[in-house]
Ligand binder design. Sequence first.
Ligand code: NAP
Ligand code: GCO
Length: 261
Amino acid sequence: MDYLKQFSLEGKIALVTGASYGIGFAIAKGMAKAGATIVFNDINQELVNKGLEAYKAEGIDAKGYVCDVTNEEQVNAMVKQIEAEVGVIDILVNNAGIIKRIPMTEMTAAEFRQVIDVDLNGPFIVSKAVIPSMIKKGHGKIINICSMMSELGRETVSAYAAAKGGLKMLTKNICSEYGAYNIQCNGLGPGYIATPQTAPLREEGHPFNSFIISKTPAGRWGQPEDLVGPAIFLASDASNFVNGHILYVDGGILAYIGKQP
Ligand code: NAP
Ligand code: GCO
């Protein structure tokens, strides 16, 4: 058995949501280098065009679609268009996400709902749209981008933690409901990664910056590239008997009580 071949994504079509930049872009780029055909969406044409230029610069012939993952009509139309233009989606990475950092008692219900809508309803809607064709095809891989906040809370991120905690359980439920159809649904739980989403936390002198570095045994912020190998593993035949698992890629944060002051 050529075990390395198990990690190849040759011949596979991967949809990565919200992948014009950040973690989604890094994962899509890595999957392309592993042989996958990349399709991605983002919320507006400007971002899709930005993503297309970035993929082209990496020599990747990706296809981009304007689609809001919270809009079921748009998602269903996008999946149908992808199936007609490219083919049936083999790998789905539910990456698109937002965060609002607001103390809970100051957060409006609308703001809370908006985070839940993108970070939890979105993965539900997109997964629901791709699973039927995966069943027909006889296999599928779904990777939900979870978070440290799938396990831990902290001040100001109540909506995000509720969404990412729910996404952990949605992952386990898709595993439970569709594992019999050779669909593996796993979570990827990044630690603190240097992307636009965490840029406010990494500003010069921001106390959170030194806090995270002290809480991470690796002693550094993660880079989007740190997630690529684990994502390829979860998207490949190498993980065909891994299901309902949340793979944390956090430099050891979840294992560590923290440095003695
Ligand atoms: P990011 O830089 O903010 O990128 C998120 C992407 O999703 C953006 O392209 C964004 O477009 C898109 N998006 C937002 N709402 C959307 C919608 N309704 N429909 C379609 N696309 C939408 O975030 P990131 O840091 O790369 O994070 C990517 C994922 O990893 C998120 O799920 C995040 O929760 C998760 N995560 C991040 C970290 C971290 O430390 N960075 C750690 C753990 C988990 P816009 O530019 O228009 O918003
Ligand atoms: C925050 C950060 C985190 C990261 C990530 C950690 O404000 O605490 O944005 O939530 O985005 O989810 O895994």
